[in-house]
Design a protein around this ligand. Structure first.
Ligand SMILES: Nc1ncnc2c1ncn2[C@@H]1O[C@H](COP(=O)(O)OP(=O)(O)OP(=O)(O)O)[C@@H](O)[C@H]1O
Length: 455
């Protein structure tokens, strides 16, 4: 520890003396307490609250900017913060909530601040920032999670998210940041491309003569990944027979080559990716539960581009730089920026990259990207962006009204549809779905059970 910084403020003037105690105790743990200026970026904020914690939620939301900044809430020992309110504060953007007990709490707080500093420095390092573009709060939260699990553990990781959201890039980053000193290679296997008849060999290797065409012995992916990382892309596509064999390797580290009776040993970090809902796949009996629990020791869920619209332009600029390497970076006119922001990206970042490619080769000269650089089919009709999400919603509501549904039925149907969509996007995880929709887990569960009961 030693390089950690924080700035501290009391929730109300009455909390200032406790805030001074917290600051003094933190200094003794080597934390540098900076002047109370809320505009210092990337320095964790510590909010001290006393018995009167009215308005705490709003201040937490404000100071953390919905989770963009690290915020530690320290509550006086006599402060009544129920477990329920603690969870709410975390949802509102707090990174943690501690009850003040003097120096022991200061040591715990200092350890948190130190860990957050290392994570945030990595998130802002070129190694991460230049590979995984995006600064929106929800993307930053994803990067923090990725960096933490990659750097501070060797845990297996399951990366979920819709197609084109960056799962493979994240898997690569996990391998790059892996702390093992003697780490070996990253081996990638796309489960959609393994040929069923040869899949055993692709995973486990084979002996000479094991099958027609096996003219020489060969290592499979689990051997090549020994000491490194095995990335299984589209793991939801893995055939049942291979699921059982993979389970044995990840549990016992033992496997046999096809055509051999000799057990061999391997040890790797497993990172899997899928855009399937593996919880639903288990329920349907298509994915083994025991394997699911092994591969999902840590999970990272990637948002769609629609959930992080503020990242569209930075990503677009990033791809333009990639496609126009060595050329000066062009400005983007406001009309084009508006179209890019309003457009739908069903294939997520991959779609945006394709669009940037088309714009990059149409653009000539050193002026800005202008409306004429956009392919014809991307141009707004009558000045309106095609497929604006608000317009789609208006259209859906117009139809339900025309079908004779009342306001209450429309509201309930819309809420149920939003819950279904959020659960699908988050692989069935209620807590994540609730966060996505800005409600508590309990509220979401209540609504689901009410819907199931037909009330
Ligand atoms: N945050 C990002 N920053 C820069 N490039 C990105 C980012 N996210 C995705 N990309 C780019 O978008 C494309 C798709 O990314 P990737 O292959 O990692 O997605 P995926 O989720 O694995 O897709 P799929 O499920 O279809 O395999 C790649 O060209 C990748 O480089």
């Amino acid at each position: 520890m030693g390089d950690s910084q924080a700035w501290i403020r009391g929730l109300t003037p009455a909390c200032e003396s406790l805030a001074d105690d917290v600051a003094a105790a933190l200094r003794q743990t080597d934390v540098t307490v900076l002047p109370r200026a809320p505009d210092i970026d990337h320095v964790p904020r510590v909010l001290v609250c006393g018995a009167d914690s009215g308005g705490l939620g709003a201040v937490v939301r404000d100071l953390s900017e919905g989770g963009r900044h690290r915020l530690l809430v320290v509550a006086g020992a006599t402060t009544a913060i129920s477990p329920g309110s603690t969870w709410r504060l975390l949802q509102q953007g707090a990174s943690d909530v501690l009850v003040w007990d003097g120096q022991p709490t200061a040591r715990v707080a200092a350890a948190r601040l130190d860990r957050w500093r290392v994570i945030d420095e990595l998130v802002d390092s070129a190694q991460v920032r230049d590979r995984l573009i995006g600064r929106s709060p929800c993307w930053r939260a994803v990067l923090r999670r990725v960096v933490e699990v990659a750097r501070f553990s060797t845990s297996f990781v399951l990366v979920t998210g819709a197609s084109g959201t960056g799962k493979e890039l994240v898997a690569n980053l996990i391998h790059q940041l892996d702390p093992r000193p003697d780490k070996r290679d990253l081996v990638v296997l796309d489960c959609t491309t393994v040929v069923p008849t040869l899949s055993g060999s692709e995973f486990f290797g084979h002996e000479r003569g094991a099958f027609t065409g096996a003219v020489a012995p060969r290592d499979g992916a689990v051997a090549l990944a020994d000491g490194g990382t095995l990335f299984l892309d589209e793991v939801g596509e893995l055939p049942a027979s291979l699921q059982a064999e993979l389970l044995r390797v990840v549990q016992e580290g033992a496997y046999k080559r096809v055509g051999s009776n000799v057990w061999r040993r391997t040890r790797f970090r497993l990172v899997c990716a899928t855009n399937r809902d593996l919880v639903a796949e288990q329920q349907a009996g298509r994915f083994r539960s025991d394997l699911y629990y092994r591969i999902s020791a840590a999970t990272v869920w990637l948002p769609t581009l629609a959930q992080r619209p503020d990242d569209v332009l930075p990503l677009f600029r990033h791809f333009l730089r990639e496609f126009r390497a060595g050329e000066p970076e062009p400005q983007i006119t406001p009309e084009v920026a508006e179209v890019l922001r309003a457009r739908q990206y069903p294939g997520n970042v991959r779609d945006l990259r394709q669009l940037a490619l088309q714009v990059a080769f149409r653009h000539v000269g050193d002026g800005p990207i202008t409306p004429g650089d956009l392919p014809e089919e991307e141009r707004p009709v009558d000045g309106r962006a095609p497929a604006d999400p608000g317009e789609l919603l208006d259209e859906a509501v117009r139809r339900t009204v025309a079908a004779g549904l009342g306001l209450r039925e429309i509201r309930d149907a819309a809420a149920e549809s939003a819950i279904r969509a959020a659960l699908t996007q988050t692989g069935g995880r209620v807590a994540l779905a609730a966060r996505l929709l800005g409600v508590t887990d309990r509220a979401l569960q209540l609504r689901r059970s009410r819907a199931a009961g037909g009330t």
